[in-house]
Design a protein around this ligand. Structure first.
Ligand SMILES: [Zn+2]
Length: 469
């Protein structure tokens, strides 16, 4: 039998495909040509069928579709050790909002490069940035240099501010001067990132993220929704995030936030509500009736201190078929690799568990749907983009290797990745970037954060005596 040519054959892997049947091949292979997956199946069959330019032996390790972080304020990764609690405005010399407002284009590039490399090491090949970058061009160049995918939105689309009183750490005169709460500004910016979508192979794509948490007028919401639908893109917004937000929104508008969105006609299957921690029964009904999606950040759920008081509904939503995906939000106290474990723990704390298989769906297929890219990403299937992760067979948390779904969701953490393909190209091999000098990126981001701390008068020390050399 004549063999078919292919560019890359990844063989001898434990394949978690995330296809519709959730097929797992205990000894599987994936054939790739160009940017696409050509075939997925048993190792012996694909080896007999394909003549590959290059063959990668996974050595029995887990192979899976690249994870997608459905909500990650990428620059917040550099807040590590800066803020104990971003909502406690008395605990730091400056507000979180001032830190955000201070960022330079080079800071954004340095932070994005570092966070992107870290995500590849954790098995992520894409993240959705929720419109908090001021210089998307610098950040996009960093993402492309590392070789990841990302979805970018224009900065801070907000035009009313009453609800921010419930979240004082998120507003400051300095941030409002840089991103004014102003309808003309935001309506003029709505389509600012959509030019990226003209190239179907672009790694960085554009969409619309309305800041939300009650800071959008009906005019802004409807304009953002119309633009998103006209361009076949999802519309994201934060809602139901923190205590007080919903109450203030009701006082100002006379109606609950998601009910209002539903009445305005902006809640549908391509509308993605981020957080949904604190919603009332009428808002829950609006979620059910509209078929909208949810992105949940369990790490924020924990850090808001609401685990004992919130009416936890994520597991119930997942069971009834509401598409729930996962985002790190800000990877300041952990890496995005910890998101599924945090979701697992949050659900346990609230006594309504989420299974490892549910968590994996939330980080792959459902997250691809949140990006509006479910036809291209999220699973290992013929025709989809070749965004493929091969874990290391020597990684901590890899064994016993009987249940790869459990390991992938809960025990395989950051640093457990051997090889990553994005769009059919190697971006990580032998556990190292093929594209960038990782140590150079690490040094640059450390210097960038030190300079920011100095500008803002923040002491980054651990509080214990540090002996200088
Ligand atoms: Zn967010």
């Amino acid at each position: 039998m004549n063999k078919s040519p292919c560019d890359i054959l990844i063989c001898n892997g434990q394949l978690v495909t995330m296809d519709a049947a959730r097929t797992i091949h205990s000894a599987g292979a994936v054939a790739v040509t160009g940017s696409r997956i050509v075939e997925v199946g048993p190792d012996t069959e694909l080896r007999a069928r394909y003549d590959a330019e290059e063959t990668i032996d996974a050595e029995g390790a887990i192979v899976h579709p690249g994870f997608i972080d459905a909500h990650n304020h990428i620059v917040h990764t550099t807040c590590r050790g800066v803020f104990g609690n971003i909502h406690d405005v008395d605990a730091s010399t400056i507000k979180f909002a001032d830190w955000k407002a201070d960022v330079t284009p080079q800071d954004e590039a340095d932070a994005t490069a570092m966070a992107a490399v870290e995500m590849l090491h954790s098995g992520f090949t894409m993240f959705i940035e929720p419109g908090t970058l001021f210089s998307t061009e610098h950040a996009a160049q960093a993402v492309e240099r590392v070789g990841m995918r990302a979805l970018f939105a224009p900065p801070y689309l907000w035009d009313r501010r009453e609800t921010l009183a419930a979240m004082p750490g998120l507003e400051s005169p300095r941030l409002m001067a840089r991103a004014p709460v102003n309808r003309d500004r935001v309506l003029g910016l709505l389509d600012a990132e959509l030019h990226r979508n003209q190239d179907p192979d672009a790694l960085v794509r554009g969409f619309v993220f309305v800041y939300g948490v009650g800071t959008a007028s009906p005019e802004l919401l409807q304009a953002a929704h119309a633009l998103s639908r006209a361009n076949n893109l999802p519309l994201h917004l934060h809602a139901g995030y923190a205590p007080g937000e919903g109450e203030i929104y009701r006082e100002v508008t006379g109606v609950s936030q998601l009910v209002h969105l539903h009445e305005l006609g902006v809640l549908d299957q391509n509308t993605v509500i981020v957080h949904a921690n604190l919603l009332d029964d009428d808002e829950e009904a609006a979620i059910r009736e509209s078929g909208c999606q949810i992105v949940w950040s369990p790490i924020s759920f924990f850090s808001l201190g609401i685990a004992r008081t919130a009416d936890f509904r994520m597991a119930e939503r997942y069971r009834r078929g509401t598409p729930v995906s996962l985002g790190a939000d800000g990877a300041m106290d952990c890496t995005p690799a910890a998101t599924m474990l945090a979701a697992h723990s949050a659900a346990r704390v609230c006594d309504d568990p989420l299974s490892p298989s549910a968590l994996l769906e939330m980080q792959t297929t459902n997250a691809a749907a949140a990006a509006g890219l479910q036809a291209e990403l999220g699973s290992l299937e013929p025709g989809k983009r070749a965004d493929i992760v091969v874990r290391s067979p020597r990684a901590a948390g890899s064994y016993p290797a009987n249940n790869p779904v459990h390991l992938l969701a809960l025990t395989l953490g950051a640093g457990s990745v051997e090889t990553v393909l994005v769009n059919g190209k190697f971006v990580l091999r032998n556990g190292r970037s093929t594209r960038v000098d990782e140590l150079e990126i690490s040094r640059a981001v450390t210097a960038s954060v030190a300079a920011r701390a100095q500008r803002l008068g923040i002491d980054l020390g651990p509080g214990w005596p540090v002996a200088e050399v």
